[in-house]
Ligand binder design. Structure first.
Ligand code: SAH
Length: 399
């Protein structure tokens, strides 16, 4: 089928097709020959053409600095079959990775551009899929997407919760409502590598749990034995519970949010009831480190929220990472480990490493990098969209 009669066309300025010819999935508004003045509805599917009229592909139109998120490079009709195909592909990959099994049912099914579905995130917790739209186009497609999820063979999805009140552009005035689109869950426990977690997709941050730290939590488990562990920015207590299973001597969890501390305590109880090794504190991380005695912990996790949500905040963010890491490196016991992370997309791997390097230098201690960490395989990076690589981490050995 030809898309010419079906979708409105946007024409690029001369020379602006280069990145698209290399399959980069974003069209910036400045690349358009003319920004439509209200004649194209936000969220609509559009055709994108080079200045000479050559068809480049189809995508979701949006008002903002990214004007089109490309869905396909070619003359493709974006219908139910299109979404079904992409979702099948995403599930096929997770299935091959062995992420849905008796002892693991929490994973990311769709990771935006990494699954050729820009603007869409889907996390699965047991029989519930949490769908998050980041673009008006995906908001309009939500019922098609949700409707198809129970049909994914072997995925076991029976409930679909839509959660986009905070992720859609406010100006688009879509007034999304967080609610179930299909079914309703009566169980909120998900299993990650045999550990059980309450996931609060109704009130929690993002989709309710950070599945992106799964592999890094496993690594920490294997390095926790006999160590006194401090888990900073603990949120749901993921790292804490793994450290306990790994045989940590004690585990302290810190988060400035009292709700997060309650969640952490609940999850520790779920896996290790009445275990005296764990304690949790609702406090600011910087303050907590300030009054921590040097040498009190042998393993410190620093997993703060994104310090830079946008490029403009980069300088302050790097300063924040420097300060936090200097405090952590200064306080860890000799022979101790620091697991340090940045989930800011605007901060590159190099910039993060440089911030940690300056922090280490500031403390004057001997520091070596043991592991360089990233996001797990269910958060794939589309090779033509390097911006999709957002999670960066280092494991430091501090003498
Ligand atoms: N490590 C977690 C994810 C961390 S999310 C995991 O594996 O799931 C970031 C957390 O940092 C949030 O829970 C937020 O409440 C907390 N936070 C934000 N600012 C903070 C601060 N200044 N001090 C302590 N915690 C903070």
């Amino acid at each position: 089928m030809n898309t010419y009669d079906k979708y409105p066309t946007l024409r690029l300025r001369r020379g602006k097709e280069e990145s698209l010819d290399r399959f980069h999935p974003w069209v910036f508004s400045g690349a358009l020959a003319r920004m439509p003045q209200g004649e194209i509805e936000e969220g609509a599917v559009v055709r994108v053409e080079a200045a000479d009229g050559r068809l480049i592909g189809v995508g979701h139109f949006q008002i903002g600095s990214i004007a089109v998120r490309m869905l396909d490079f070619g003359d493709t009709v974006v219908d139910e079959a299109f979404y079904a195909h992409r979702l099948d592909d995403a599930w096929k990959m997770r299935r091959a990775l062995g992420l849905q099994r008796a002892d693991n049912d929490a994973f990311r099914l769709v990771h935006g551009e990494g699954d050729f579905l820009p603007g869409l995130v889907i996390d699965v917790y047991g029989s519930t899929a949490v769908v998050q739209a980041h673009s008006p186009g995906m908001h309009y497609a939500r019922h098609i997407i949700a409707g198809y999820l129970p049909a994914l063979d072997g995925a076991g999805i029976t409930n679909v919760y839509y959660k986009s009140e905070t992720t859609l552009p406010y100006k688009a005035r879509l007034d999304p409502v967080n609610d179930y689109l299909i079914g309703r869950a009566d169980d909120d426990v998900a299993i990650e590598n045999g550990l059980r977690f309450h996931v609060d997709w109704l009130r929690g941050q993002k989709t309710g749990f950070f599945v992106d730290q799964r592999d890094n939590r496993s690594l920490l488990e294997h390095l926790s034995h006999g160590r006194r562990v401090l888990n900073m920015f603990c949120y749901t207590g993921g790292f804490s519970v793994y450290a306990m299973r790994g045989g940590a001597e004690l585990v302290h969890s810190v988060d400035s949010s009292a709700k997060a501390i309650a969640l952490t305590e609940e999850n520790v109880r779920l896996n290790f009831p009445d275990d005296p090794r764990h304690a949790a504190f609702a406090e600011d991380a910087f303050k907590y480190l300030d009054h921590t005695d040097a040498g009190a912990y042998d393993l410190i996790v620093l997993d703060p929220p994104a310090f830079a949500k946008h490029r403009s905040a980069l300088r302050n963010a790097l300063q924040g990472y420097r300060r936090l890491n200097a405090a952590g490196i200064a306080k860890v016991a000799p022979g101790g480990l620091v697991f340090t992370f940045s989930c800011s997309q605007a901060v590159s791997r190099e910039q993060f490493r440089l911030a940690v390097f300056s922090a280490a230098a500031q403390t004057g201690r001997r520091v070596r990098i043991l592991h360089q960490l990233t996001q797990p395989a269910d958060h794939p990076v589309n090779i033509y969209h390097p911006e999709g690589e957002y999670l960066k981490g280092l494991v430091l050995y501090v003498e």
